[in-house]
Write a protein of this length. Structure first.
Length: 222
């Protein structure tokens, strides 16, 4: 059974994010979703045998583990655009750099970027002070309007939709190293961005109050 406070916290964060998704497109306040995923580097131990008429490609089941990488994905659902940053690690500094580039490179003219992301321990404004001088960190924070999805509510983050597509179209195979991963991700990003795919989000707060009624805490009087 979900404790009343945890239930209330979930509902509050959920309705906050759902309200953000009802906002019309505003280039001065773009809504951007951020999420990340890990990827293990895996190399072949034997050269695969190419496909030929009547026979599929043959790949040995053995493989060599070579480490891991992290992929930060930011997407602007209403414009159908996304950008992926590949890093060797998943640290607070890496996250801070992604936020810096989001604000200073991708949206330098926005008054404020409305950023939706989960509650991962590195997804906090405070980490900007670990990566930049206080004046720079404060300036970046002032350009953000942050909305966190609730715990166990990652499905509310529209960046997960793009990560799912990325995983199916690009990551669902053996990739041996960082350079190869970066090249493949850039190619995927360019191909997908050439044909924008805006997200038509239809799940609203009224829907939640009906379909997820069980998650709402009972009103306690007295």
């Amino acid at each position: 059974m979900i404790p009343p406070q945890a239930s209330a916290d979930f509902v509050c964060a959920m309705e906050d994010v759902l309200e953000v998704y009802t906002r019309p497109y505003d280039p001065t306040h773009p809504v951007v979703c951020l999420d990340e995923i890990g990827k293990q580097w895996v190399a072949e131990t034997r050269i695969p045998i190419p496909a030929e008429p009547g026979r599929p490609e043959r790949v040995d089941y053995e493989y060599e583990r070579r480490g891991t990488a992290n992929l930060f994905l930011t997407s602007e659902p209403l414009m159908g655009q996304r950008e992926v940053t590949v890093t060797e690690r998943r640290t607070a500094i890496d996250f801070a750099q992604v936020v810096h580039d989001l604000l200073e490179v991708r949206y330098p003219h926005a008054e404020r970027v409305v950023l939706v992301m989960d509650n991962l321990n590195t997804h906090k404004p405070a980490v900007l002070y670990q990566a930049f001088e206080p004046k720079v960190a404060r300036s970046l924070i002032d350009q953000l309007e942050i909305h966190h999805t609730p715990k166990h509510g990652g499905w509310l983050n529209m960046a997960e939709i793009e990560l799912s597509v990325l995983s199916r179209q690009c990551l669902d195979r053996r990739i041996p190293d960082l350079d190869t991963l970066t090249r493949e991700v850039i190619a995927w990003q360019q191909a997908r961005s050439a044909y924008p795919h805006p997200v038509n989000w239809r799940f609203t707060t009224p829907d939640a109050r009906i379909k997820l009624k069980r998650l709402y805490p009972s009103i306690q009087n007295g």
